[in-house]
Design a protein around this ligand. Structure first.
Ligand code: PLP
Length: 386
């Protein structure tokens, strides 16, 4: 555990991993744009730095910070969320192994399991993440090495019970991996709940400004950390120093941004609930949501992602996406600006025809930190045609 673990979340976000530069006293860790390091005699490494694929001080700062926020002992930063996921799979699975995945997940993660890892002999079964018995039934004793969970899921915001799923995984001798991209460590910390690995697309809320692609893994176990460190270096899908610096800067304001994302999401939800063009609003903060009580127990608040179904069907949903002005039509999420997208045609197009296919009339919102009234007015205008 980081030496800063006794500090509160906001204090860790600002200070963990940040050590004033020994030469100048610079308060912020510099961008160490270097590939290699001068050695003081053969093998005489300064601070353990040898070559920047293996380690770079700007990346180390980010890795220490994200580990401290997730209450894990070891953090690893990658070039993207999928690079982090790929490195993890290769570190903990072998051909012939099996993983359990949610029946609602980021399409790119499923494509990695199905189309990439599958070709190397890694099998997968999908189950509903809110149905712990179904997840347990999907486990293949002796073969399952990983139970992989998103909670809330992308884009249907299903909630999985992290503590119970940790028991399911551990009873089978498998690891519980939680993709914490949507919740962020500010709203939910899976490791204290029993998860073995936390995955992030730091592209999203961690970076927070839609200006960087990145990924991260956090673990507590030292042996698992050694495996990940070996594979991070051996495969090389690392975060470069410029990208690591941006993500680390983003983490410092994560708590403030998440509070505003949640405030605005609640206002948007309240408005959509009353809108005649909306058939259903999906948000774990709604008491009607199946996972509401569980989310209340394992999350601090309910996050900045809202999905809803348009009563008039797919074409109307596409029209709404095309009609907003303040809400930018685009993939991704978690930045300060509000985004709107049609998962079936955009982020989740790769899962069409699989168990993970999403409803065609579904719209996903990433609620930003703009003035809430402006967001509601723009949505209203776009919905008026639906
Ligand atoms: C929940 C989730 N996990 C993982 C990823 C993959 O991350 P990246 O796009 O940084 O590779 C995404 C991307 O949208 C995501 O939404």
């Amino acid at each position: 555990m980081s030496e800063q673990s006794s500090l509160g979340f906001e204090s860790r976000a600002v200070h963990a991993g940040t050590h004033p530069d020994p030469t100048t006293g610079a308060v912020i860790t510099p961008i160490y744009a270097t590939s290699t390091y001068k050695q003081d005699g053969v093998g005489g490494l300064r601070g353990g730095y040898e070559y920047s694929r293996s380690a770079n001080p700007t990346r180390t700062a980010l890795e220490e910070c994200i580990a401290a926020l997730e209450q894990g002992a070891h953090g690893f930063a990658f070039a993207s969320g999928l690079a982090a996921e790929d490195t993890l799979l290769r570190a903990v699975c072998r051909p012939g192994d099996h993983i359990v995945v949610p029946d609602d997940a980021y399409g790119g993660s499923f494509r990695l399991f199905d189309k990439v890892a599958g070709r190397w002999g890694l099998e997968h079964s999908s189950a509903h993440v809110a149905d712990t018995e179904a997840m347990a039934a999907a486990v293949k004793p002796g073969l399952t090495k990983v139970v992989w969970v998103e909670t809330p899921t992308n884009p249907l915001l299903t909630i999985g019970d992290i503590a119970t799923l940790a028991d399911v995984a551990h009873d089978a001798g498998a690891l519980l991996v939680v993709d914490n991209t949507f919740a962020t460590p500010y709203l939910q910390q899976p490791i204290p709940l029993g998860a073995d690995v936390v995955v992030h697309s730091t592209t999203k809320y961690a970076g927070g400004h839609s200006d960087v692609i990145g990924g991260a893994l956090v673990v507590n176990d030292g042996d698992l950390a050694e495996q990940l460190r070996f594979h991070q270096n051996a495969i090389g899908g690392i975060a470069g120093p410029f990208d690591a610096w941006l993500v680390h800067r983003g983490l410092k304001t994560l708590a403030l941004r998440m509070e505003k994302h949640c405030d605005n999401a609640e206002i948007v939800v309240a408005h959509l609930e009353e809108h005649p063009a909306v058939a259903e609003v999906v948000y774990p903060g709604r008491p009607e949501h199946r996972g509401h009580d569980l989310a209340t127990r394992q999350m601090k608040r309910y996050g900045g992602i809202v999905s809803f179904r348009v009563a008039a069907g797919e074409q109307a949903a596409l029209d709404v996406c095309a009609a907003t002005e303040l809400w930018t039509l685009g993939e991704s999420l978690g930045g300060v600006e509000s985004l709107i997208e049609h998962p079936g045609r955009m982020t989740h197009a790769s899962v069409a025809g699989t168990d993970l296919e999403v409803p065609a009339d579904l719209i996903r919102l990433s609620v930003g930190i703009e003035t809430a009234d402006d967001l509601v007015a723009d949505l209203d205008r776009a919905l008026s045609g639906a």
